[in-house]
Design a protein around this ligand. Structure first.
Ligand code: SAM
Length: 526
């Protein structure tokens, strides 16, 4: 690929030529978690602001970027296979197309990706998303042949901030025109210091780095002024927000158990029992009965600050760590009405022995205790989780404990992962790796239990009236609309009349499907 887009080329006299051809179009395909989705959105928004357009499909794009995931080998293989197919198609028919990998696998494998697939032009690491536009300009103008940038960059945690609320329109609106989406993700931190023994994320995302509260609040305010009603605060472990950035000043009861190592396995992973902080821009909650303000973690101070934004209706966050559920966070659920009745609490296993091998830093009893407290604070709360089956050394007895935990908690939803060996993580070297066949069989058995329970929990909504935020037309059938309950259940309904994106409406649930509810706004009296 070289110099396909003449307009980008600098003239010999140093002036930049005017664009005589249309600006290139870009197609970004995203693998993995919501953080990856958010990173892709920020890159797309940066490119649109520079004049690029978003291609409706890879078949017509001038630039194809794959934003990758490394959490499991399967996700890496999927992105690699996709790139092989993209190369075969574009090099035959559109050889000028710029091809790139970005995100976690790009960070993890770097130059290796170009050595393996020499048609790839760009490899962009997780701290370099904001450089995408500059690098693409250089590649498109033919000034550089290949670019690999996976270096760490101080301050990069604050660079994921642009949103794409209005699609291909270069400028976002000012709230007079409703955005295409009324919900938005806001990245509050990058990286992870938890070092669970199975997990590659600390290597692909780097050390925990948090943005400041005023910076995050300013982004949220801007979104709300443009018509966003619901914000999800995002991070690898949001409950660790700010713990490494802000000073310790006082103590609240720690969210870990005495005698249980707090998790993490590197000597300097600094899982200290830091407990309370003064955060610039943060706010202490109301005084306790004794007159002294209750000390809270930086994350709860952030929740308090975001909660004050006028016009914002709902706050969610993901993904937390059970360790981060101190009493201050539970109390925030009871205190902050905009914080919805929904919690995603990755448990990973129901066996204390496996939790210890994973270095999770909590026991099953502690986990159950947190859920009890959350349900006491908010009886309607929806609980979802992540579970890994087939972790090295997991016996049938350990697995039975996971099944019994699923029955005891009655999760509304669970994401089940078959353990995947990740290079350079301690678990990959552990003895007693569980055969693939057993991982698959346990996956199915757990899925059966989870689905049965979820079916019951969704079924319990039948006939009930519930509030939803209308998000827009249903993807499966655009004649219908979808919204989400506060406890994070999708509701599909036939619009009775004036329901619009961004409205909070009451619906009566008339049918429960698997992980979807169906409602009727018409039979709710105003
Ligand atoms: N905040 C989360 C936590 O508390 O662990 C971390 C989110 S992680 C990026 C997403 C999920 O991927 C994890 O919760 C875990 O269930 C799964 N996961 C991570 N590494 C895995 C591996 N090696 N094999 C299978 N699943 C894995």
């Amino acid at each position: 690929m070289a110099g396909a887009f003449g307009p980008f080329q600098d003239r010999a006299d140093g002036l930049i030529c005017h664009y005589s051809r249309p600006m290139p179009s870009v197609y970004i395909k995203t693998y993995g978690c919501q953080m990856n989705e958010r990173d892709s959105e920020a890159v797309a928004a940066q490119l649109v602001a520079k004049g690029y357009t978003l291609a409706p499909s890879e078949a017509v794009a001038d630039v194809i970027l794959l934003n990758t995931c490394s959490v499991r080998d399967f996700a890496e293989q999927k992105a690699l296979n996709k790139m092989v197919n993209v190369i075969a198609e574009t090099r035959r028919n559109r050889p000028e197309t710029v091809l790139g990998f970005m995100g976690c696998m790009a960070q993890n494998r770097g130059q290796e990706l170009i050595d393996r697939l020499p048609d790839v032009d760009l490899v962009l690491g997780t701290q370099k998303f904001h450089r995408a536009a500059d690098y693409l300009d250089e590649l498109l103008a033919g000034r550089r042949e290949k670019i690999v940038d996976v270096a760490a960059e101080q301050g990069s945690e604050a660079t994921i901030r642009e949103h794409l609320l209005y699609g291909n329109a270069a400028k976002n609106g000012d709230g007079r025109r409703l955005p295409l989406q009324v919900t938005a993700f806001v990245s509050i931190m990058q990286g992870c210091n938890q070092y669970c023994t199975f997990c590659i994320v600390p290597y692909t995302r780097g050390e925990e780095r948090s943005r400041s509260i005023p910076d995050i609040v300013a982004e949220c305010r801007q979104l709300v002024s443009q018509g966003v009603k619901e914000i999800t605060l995002l991070g690898q472990i949001v409950t660790s927000y700010g713990k490494r950035r802000f000073g310790v000043v006082a103590g609240v009861p720690p969210a870990v158990e005495p005698g249980v190592p707090p998790g993490g396995w590197t000597p300097n992973s600094s899982n200290r029992l830091e407990i309370s902080y003064i955060v610039p821009g943060g706010k202490m909650p109301p005084s306790t009965a004794g007159g002294t303000p209750a000390a809270t973690s930086p994350f709860v101070q952030l929740l308090d600050a975001v909660h004050e934004i006028e016009g914002l209706e709902r706050i969610r966050f993901t993904s937390p760590h059970p360790k981060g559920y101190g009493d201050d966070l539970i109390e925030a659920y009871a205190r902050l009405p905009k914080l919805v009745e929904s919690a995603h609490l990755p448990v990973q296993s129901g066996s204390d022995r496996v939790l210890k091998l994973m270095h999770r830093g909590y026991t099953r009893a502690r986990y159950v205790g947190i859920i009890d407290k959350l349900r006491r604070a908010r009886p309607e709360i929806g609980i979802s989780t992540d579970i890994i089956v087939g972790f090295p050394g997991e016996t049938e007895d350990d697995f039975q404990r996971t099944l019994s935990l699923a029955r005891e908690i009655e999760f509304d939803q669970a994401y089940i992962f078959k353990y995947s060996q990740r290079r350079d993580t301690p678990a990959a070297e552990m003895p007693d790796q569980v055969p693939q066949k057993i991982r698959e069989e346990r996956n199915q058995r757990l899925l059966d239990v989870i689905n049965k329970i979820a079916g019951r929990r969704y079924g319990a909504f039948m006939g009930r009236q519930t509030q939803i935020l209308v998000e827009g037309p249903s993807k499966k059938n655009p004649a219908r609309m979808t919204g989400r309950t506060r406890c994070n259940k999708i509701v599909v309904f036939d619009p009775a009349g004036g329901e619009n994106r961004g409205q909070l409406i009451d619906v009566k649930i008339t049918r429960a499907g698997s992980f979807t509810l169906y409602g009727d706004p018409a039979i709710v009296s105003p």
